[in-house]
Ligand binder design. Structure first.
Ligand code: ADP
Ligand code: ZN
Length: 736
């Protein structure tokens, strides 16, 4: 090329930018003259006709000759603190582990793109003193709120005093105010620190103190560690990790608390506020977009010091993280099974390790994985064996339903009815737990035997009698309950088979006509707000009998609850999933753990047709250790996680035949390895979801095997996705 050509092209710096799109690589862009870019900077770049927010992934290259027609320039560098190096490593790590593209993981970081624009000051007014010329009623109301030097927005002041903005405008015209700019305020004031927080703490018991000292020491070390905080419900795990949080705040670090059901944890937020003087910032999918942007921005700037959030909070751009708490670490809500399949509990440990700070996993019923990690010394294991003070665990027993059956057409045995009666007689509360929403799990015609099935999913339609609907709990499809059978046309011969919470409520209402009953279920009318109110009402004693699905199992504190009845303890054990025992153990322990938290005697009764089942036995005996020992032994001898590695490949699509063929071709294309075994393809446990057929291939490999590399090689070798067919990877699947 001639010298003249050189001049024409000029020399340009280039930079790799990671975009929130499903691409394996960062893309190259030109750095415009005068723009200084460093790794982590948030930028806006053109992508086809679009403009997208993205992150500089590597340091810019030296200036070299590039064809400006081929390389488009970075358009904007946002005025926002850069994404920290440990967070960038985390994005790459998660992508590598979950066999997804880094761009799709970055997309989980860029959940609030509006937050990249700096918050601008808002126009406001400041009261200078003095009184208006003519004091009308409306003006008096405004004046009553004012103090010298106080800043307001016009509309805020009008709203607070219950007048129209024209009243405020009138006062401004009279010179009582000056115009000012109000700087953007924080979402939450920083929590109190140091001595103040100390004074608000409870006096810990000796056991609690020992555990809290250990955690505080690990926080002060400012290096990676992982602790399993393993203690029965009500043993003070929350009080103990509050101490660790206080220590991290004292060190000037930010704290992330992950909770499985953040939208329902108002009691947790209240408790936190009592202890620290300010609530944590919240992060979950229910936030308004503006709030979401504010929280994101202020986390990045370090103005928010504590976040309590759902699993997605793990991808917030913390600038000075010093501690992550994963509460109820065993909860399956931490698993995301969409786009990037990840378990936030496991990724929290990775995040802490890359950022070199401690992580605490808390649970009354730890996952088998975490227990094994504690046993092998990878995690510290801190236990709290007893409930605090006078609170004792409920007295648990199993009701053998073969010997003590309920009356015909009913579901509550005489023994359980009597225990409920006694609790109510003492002015206390009873809880009935049944993990089935709606009225009945199955509806059929007693003339022709027709069963109502969802047309999009392989699931029975569940009758919701309150709404007179049949509903699919997988895709949400619902239809009116017909009067006649669609198959044989016979009128009024549909029967409900088995109980759901609504049907149980009917039975309880007949048996206890004077009792105040609350049904708690995630599909209740009124959503989360109503649920919160109901939970508060229960805590205050405004109900006698609570009937609920697994929602009631989660962490709520009901001081008056002294009788818990599990209507069908066998429910979760029936399916073929090897994780069923663990899940049932966790759920039943959590549910019965709702009883007796405020002291005094309490009972937990489990109705079962298989009382000899080891899981039911371990719960009845209150023997957690027996359960873990047996379950860990079984996993080890069967070569199941965490003693081996599993991944699932899910092939889905609208056409069943095409999906099956694709899955078979996938199996055919698998790289040969003596270590890896592929099971399937077989129809997935849920074979039809939202109109998509699903086939699954299950991959099994030794624990030390580099399964990710093998999976990537497989995906590359396998048939390309075509038509509606999609291939997804689920490393560490929830159900085996
Ligand atoms: P967990 O998180 O293990 O379920 P919590 O921390 O919620 O247990 O404690 C259960 C109840 O006991 C809470 O109401 C808590 O405030 C109270 N509690 C626990 N430890 C103490 C203590 N040392 N002093 C006073 N109250 C305590
Ligand atoms: Zn459906």
């Amino acid at each position: 090329m001639s010298a003249a050509g050189d001049d024409l092209f000029g020399k340009t710096q280039t930079v790799f930018v990671l975009l929130p799109i499903p691409a394996e690589q960062a893309y190259s862009y030109a750095v415009p003259e005068g723009m200084n870019l460093a790794p982590g900077d948030f930028v806006q770049v053109p992508l086809g006709p679009r403009k997208v927010a993205a992150v500089v992934w590597d340091a810019p290259d030296e200036a070299k000759e590039v064809d400006p027609k081929k390389l488009r320039p970075v358009e904007v560098k946002f005025d926002c603190p850069p994404l920290a190096a440990d967070m960038r490593k985390f994005v790459d790590w998660v992508a590598q582990y979950t066999v997804s593209s880094p761009g799709m993981v970055l997309r989980m970081v860029l959940r609030a793109p509006g937050a990249l624009d700096p918050e601008s000051a808002i126009a406001g007014i400041r009261y200078l003193g003095g009184t208006p010329e003519r004091l009308t009623d409306a003006r008096r109301r405004v004046m009553e709120l004012l103090e010298n030097d106080m800043a307001w927005t016009r509309s805020g002041l009008a709203h607070a005093s219950g007048v129209s903005t024209s009243v405020v405008d009138g006062l401004v015209k009279q010179g009582l105010f000056e115009d000012i700019e109000i700087p953007p305020g924080p979402v939450v004031p920083p929590p109190f620190r140091g001595e103040e927080a100390e004074a608000l703490a409870v006096a810990l018991s000796d056991d609690q103190r020992a555990v809290s000292d250990a955690l505080v020491e690990r926080v002060r070390e400012e290096k990676f560690s992982c602790t399993l905080l393993d203690g029965v419900t009500g043993s003070g795990k929350t009080e103990v990790y509050f101490e660790a949080i206080a220590a991290a705040l004292e060190q000037g670090r930010q704290v992330l608390i992950l909770l499985p059901e953040i939208a329902l944890t108002s009691t947790f937020l209240d408790r936190f506020e009592e202890r620290f003087g300010a609530p944590p910032a919240q992060w979950h999918s229910g936030l308004a977009p503006k709030t979401r942007e504010k929280v994101w921005r202020q986390v990045a700037e370090g103005r928010v010091r504590v976040v309590a959030g759902a699993r997605s909070a793990l991808f917030l751009p913390f600038c000075e993280p010093g501690l992550i708490i994963v509460d109820e670490e065993h909860d399956s809500a931490y698993k995301q099974e969409d786009r990037v399949f990840y378990n936030a509990r496991d990724m929290a440990v990775v995040r802490a390790s890359l950022g070199n700070f401690p992580c605490v996993l808390a649970s009354a019923t730890p996952s088998v994985e975490s227990r094994v990690n504690a046993q092998t010394g990878r995690y510290h294991h801190e236990r709290l064996e007893a409930r605090h003070a006078d609170a004792v665990l409920p007295d648990l027993s199993v009701i053998d339903m073969r010997k003590d059956p309920p009356p015909r057409g009913k579901f509550i045995s005489p023994v359980l009815t009597k225990a409920m009666e006694e609790a109510l007689g003492r002015g206390e509360q009873a809880l009935l737990f049944l993990n089935r929403r709606g009225y009945a799990p199955l509806t059929l015609c007693r003339v022709c035997g027709h069963r109502f099935e969802c047309k999009n999913c392989s699931a029975w339609l569940v009758e919701h009698r309150f709404r007179n609907q049949l509903q699919c709990h997988h895709c949400g499809h619902s239809e009116q309950t017909p009067e006649a059978c669609p198959e044989c046309g016979t009128l009024d011969h549909l029967v409900a088979c088995g109980p759901g919470v609504e049907r149980l409520a009917e039975e309880v209402d007949e048996t206890f006509p004077d009792a105040r009953i609350i049904v708690l279920s995630s599909d209740m009318l009124g959503g989360v707000t109503r649920l919160r109110l109901e939970l508060e009402a229960i805590a205050k004693g405004e109900a006698d009998i609570i009937i609920g699905t697994q929602l009631v199992a989660k962490g709520h504190n009901f001081p008056l609850m002294t009788c818990v009845g599990v209507v069908d303890a066998d429910l979760g054990l029936a399916n073929g999933d090897p994780r069923a025992a663990e899940r049932t153990f966790q759920l039943l322990s959590q549910v019965t753990g709702r009883a007796g938290r405020a002291g005094g005697a309490s009972v937990g009764l489990l109705q079962s047709y298989a009382p000899e089942h080891p899981v039911i036995q371990a719960i009845e005996a209150g023997d957690r250790e027996a359960f873990y020992e047996r379950e860990i032994g079984l996993r080890q001898s069967a070569g199941l996680p965490p003693f081996a590695r599993l991944a699932a490949i899910i092939v889905s699509g609208e056409d069943k035949r095409a999906v099956e063929v694709h899955a078979r071709e996938m199996k055919f294309a698998a790289p040969q390895s003596g270590d890896v075994h592929i099971l399937g393809p077989a129809e997935a446990p849920m074979a039809l979801v939202r109109g998509r057929h699903r086939y699954r291939l299950l991959v099994h490999a030794p624990r030390a095997y580099d399964l990710q590399s093998w999976l990537r090689a497989w995906l590359a070798a396998g048939p390309k996705e075509r038509g509606s067919v999609r291939v997804q990877v689920d490393v560490d699947p929830q159900s085996f």
